[in-house]
Ligand binder design. Structure first.
Ligand code: TPP
Ligand code: MG
Length: 345
């Protein structure tokens, strides 16, 4: 699937986007790869979706977040939707051309029909490739390096890339702050690394248990659960289970003092109900009680050392728990601000 996607993209000069759950299928460092589509697409990259004269969606039901911020572009383009479930083809948008079929087989057929007997080199293809290069370069120049002390979540994501290297499974939730991790190139995914994300109806706490499953499935991977304090506190019994079963997992909890996603939305209407935690859980005691590593992080210059320690602990099958302290309204994902924020700002 992965190779076919890339071969087809290279033959025709196509930009590749993934849905959040399809992420990991292509190496995002590839010049034609642009990360997740929809709510998570950074503004520099989103332009491409509006400039495309044809869009093919494969193996996706195009749920709400996958279409956020660019759905209107579909009506000005030739849109092909391929999925093996008929209902998916009718669920969210009506494509110009709908194909019922298995993703892999459909890609093989596309390849055969469009490449076998055809010369794929055209001027318009070269123009589009040039445009992709410009867009990629612009996105990288804005987002690839984070030196801003006011950007703790983004700095942590870069820290993970640097410390854990080639084989990482990032298990994510969908809180306000951890959403930065969905945006390429704030965080870049290249196989065998991948991310595991909840579906559209995110069930807070789920990533805690899922990280155990990820580690059992892929013992060689560095499994990192990156989630908010609200999510963590709904599933923190998984820390004990991970230690019990000697699963070396790094839990990175973004502690912003409560449920900041609804708090952010409430702030638009100048209200605040039930989003702040009154009692602080003692994360240190929890980690230390199971022989794990713990560090509370308040400034980015502490991150790299803590991540290194976390790696050393988890390589010895112990857990690590990093508590990343962030103000609830600091380092908010630009994608969320664009979709939901005060547009006047
Ligand atoms: C079981 C459940 N209840 C409520 C929600 C709605 N919800 C989505 S994000 C969120 C807040 C998450 O808090 P936290 O994990 O601390 O992340 P933050 O938004 O603070 O960054 C809530 C309540 C949900 N997804 N699942
Ligand atoms: Mg929180």
């Amino acid at each position: 699937m992965s190779e076919l996607t890339i071969s087809l993209a290279e033959a025709h000069g196509l930009a590749i986007f993934t849905t959040a759950s399809g992420r990991g299928i292509v190496d995002e460092r590839h010049p034609y790869a642009f990360g997740n589509v929809g709510l998570y697409t950074l503004p520099q990259i989103k332009k491409l979706l509006f400039e495309a004269d044809m869009i093919i969606a494969i193996g996706t039901q195009l749920e709400e977040t996958a279409l956020m911020g660019w759905k209107e572009a579909l009506s000005n383009t030739f849109f092909v939707h391929i999925d093996c479930h008929y209902e998916s083809l009718e669920r969210s948008v009506h494509a110009d051309y709908r194909l019922l079929g298995d993703a892999q087989l459909s890609l093989q057929n596309l390849w055969r029909i469009s490449c076998e007997n055809m010369d794929c080199g055209t001027n318009s293809k070269n123009e589009w490739i040039k445009r992709m290069q410009e867009v990629k370069q612009e996105a990288l120049s804005v987002w690839a390096e984070i030196e801003d002390i006011e950007a703790p979540v983004r700095s942590m994501l870069k820290g993970i890339e640097h410390e854990f290297g080639e084989h990482v499974v990032l298990v994510q939730d969908n809180g306000l702050h951890d959403m930065w991790g969905y945006s390429y190139p704030v965080y870049t995914v290249a196989p065998p690394s991948r991310t595991v994300v909840p579906g559209e109806q995110t069930a807070l706490g789920l990533p805690m248990g899922i990280s155990l499953g990820a580690k059992i499935a892929d013992r060689k991977a560095h499994v990192i659960a990156l989630l908010g304090d609200g999510s963590f506190e709904m599933g923190y019994s998984a820390v004990g289970s991970a230690a019990e079963h000697q699963l070396g997992i790094t839990f990175i909890v973004i502690n912003n003092g409560g449920f900041s996603w609804p708090r952010f939305q409430q702030s638009m209407s100048e209200m605040e109900i039930g989003c702040c935690f009154q009692i602080e859980l003692n994360y240190a005691a929890l980690a230390q009680s199971v022989g794990g590593y713990y560090k509370k992080l308040t400034t980015p210059n502490e991150y790299q050392e803590a991540l290194k320690e976390a790696r050393l602990y988890t390589e010895q099958n112990k857990i690590a728990l990093l508590e990343l302290v962030v103000n609830w309204d600091q380092d908010l994902p630009i994608t969320v601000m664009m979709q939901y924020g005060d547009k006047e700002q």
